[in-house]
Ligand binder design. Sequence first.
Ligand SMILES: [Fe+2]
Ligand SMILES: [Fe+2]
Length: 328
Amino acid sequence: MLINEATTQLMPFSYPWAWEEFKNLCKNHWLPQEISMATDIAQWKSNQLLNEDERNLIKKILSFFANTDVLVGDNLVLAIYAQITNPECRQYLTAQAFQEGVHSWSYAHIVESLSMDQKDVFSEFKRVGTIKNKHDFQTQFLQGILNKEFSTKTDEGRALFLKNLCAYYIGMEGMQFYSAFVLLLNFKRRNLLVGTAEQLEYIVRDESLHCRFGTKLINQYIIENQDIWTEEAKQEVRQNIMHVVELEDAFVEDALPNEITGLSRAQFSKYIRYIADRRLESIGLEVLFHQNESPFPWMNEIMDLPKEKNFFETRVTEYQTGFGLDWS
Ligand SMILES: [Fe+2]
Ligand SMILES: [Fe+2]
């Protein structure tokens, strides 16, 4: 069982896939300071390359990431690790928690390198309603687990924990993060902020593995807790996914007041719906939008969603060890 079966005996594995995922994750070693930010610094200082809308968008996305990767780390340690008692899954969670720390370092490194006002960027989420709304929506799922009365020994607790797993692995790491990636990586296509983009590409690689593990964890949890995976529970998860899409729409309307090169709100709207449908399918739920094509095929080359679906038949050889990024 994933929960309520505390043991420190790792082998033989109850979930060999979790051990494989742990080993895959451990191959992703990188540190933010290894990536040169020299070009980004010059480009950010120049007044000619990025307009005011673009600068604001970049700051808002960094503000979002700077806070939410911390929240994901908190949820991992305080909620998921605390409840998932299976040892090989816990091995994975410790490796993931380390990576979330590296991601926070990466955002801090970008903000520092570009000499942005740290207080301004890191506290903006409290001021910008559309970022705060995303943050607050997720926080409620952590608060429910931190409640003293919470226990996965009750039906209500088991149901609440499933909602938390879906909210963080699907809604946040699998959707909110992906939409922010697309907005920021778009600049690389114009040869802008390539150091920032490279950091993001490493993070994307990590996050796609987190999302894949999370999907497997959720599906296993559902198998073991069929009694709480009711029609009502399924509809609630679909509604939560719908709400994540609405929050993303609101964020983009706010952060992208005018179209910028290579990116329109209409395209973004299709993209977040495309991602939402893929995530719903991955946990056996009916799609919401029937959005079968991504308006950003270049993102698929980086995130490789079709391959991610194949991740369920994992071939370790598809990953590379060490510092090089190779998406082929
Ligand atoms: Fe992360
Ligand atoms: Fe993550």
